[in-house]
Design a protein around this ligand. Structure first.
Ligand code: HEC
Length: 172
């Protein structure tokens, strides 16, 4: 039974790798495999210490800056909104907290202030436009919003681009 949480931890570590900016990618990618291969045939009596995978998660040091947390909320928002738009459902209540994008403190070195402001203005503009757009136009506006995520991430913090590319909706 104990192999389940270990496998989960490995999965979470991988997930965090996919979401993070990508600067420490190689270092951690080399550490992950033991966590995913070891548990498979362990007898239930053996309790592999969870310390190792936990250290991997910590070692990856997922950013905990205000901006990183906001970005995770933006990712969850985009994921949910994508489905809502695709299924013609009502949008979530307007996410006022994303207006702090301009001022949210970033992990040192992660934010390029020279280009950040142009993209954050554009992103908030498209967010407003999404809530003003008539239902049939929402998919198009949503895709523009996601392209603005990608635009900013093309200039800094490229790790999340993989995830961002999967957020787009097929054109109607
Ligand atoms: C204005 C530029 C900009 C826009 C627009 C933007 N991002 Fe980010 N994003 C950043 C920066 C800078 C970071 C690094 C934050 C830090 O580490 O403090 C980041 C970090 C992230 C992270 C990693 C968070 C973590 O856990 O470390 C994810 C995931 C992410 N963004 C997804 C998105 C998605 C999805 C969108 C659109 C819905 C988006 N971003 C829009 C600049 C932007």
């Amino acid at each position: 039974m104990s192999h389940v949480p270990i496998a989960k931890l490995g999965f979470i570590a991988t997930l965090l790798l996919l979401l993070a900016c990508g600067t420490r990618k190689q270092e951690t990618a080399a550490i992950v495999p033991p966590a995913t291969t070891a548990p498979v045939e362990e007898p239930p009596a053996v309790q592999p210490p969870p310390a190792e995978p936990v250290t991997i998660v910590k070692g990856d040091a997922p950013a905990t800056s205000e901006l990183a947390l906001l970005m995770r909320a933006m990712t969850a928002f985009a994921d949910s909104t994508r489905l809502r738009v695709a299924q013609g459902q009502e949008l979530l209540p307007f996410p006022e907290k994303f207006k702090t994008l301009k001022t949210a403190e970033a992990t040192p070195g992660m934010k390029d202030p020279k280009v950040f402001d142009a993209y954050d203005l554009a992103w908030l503009h498209h967010l407003d436009a999404l809530y003003k757009a008539p239902e049939p136009e929402r998919a198009g506006v949503f895709n523009t919003l996601v392209q603005t995520c990608a635009g900013c991430h093309g200039t800094m913090c490229p790790g999340p681009l993989v995830k961002i590319k999967k957020l787009g909706l097929p054109a109607r």
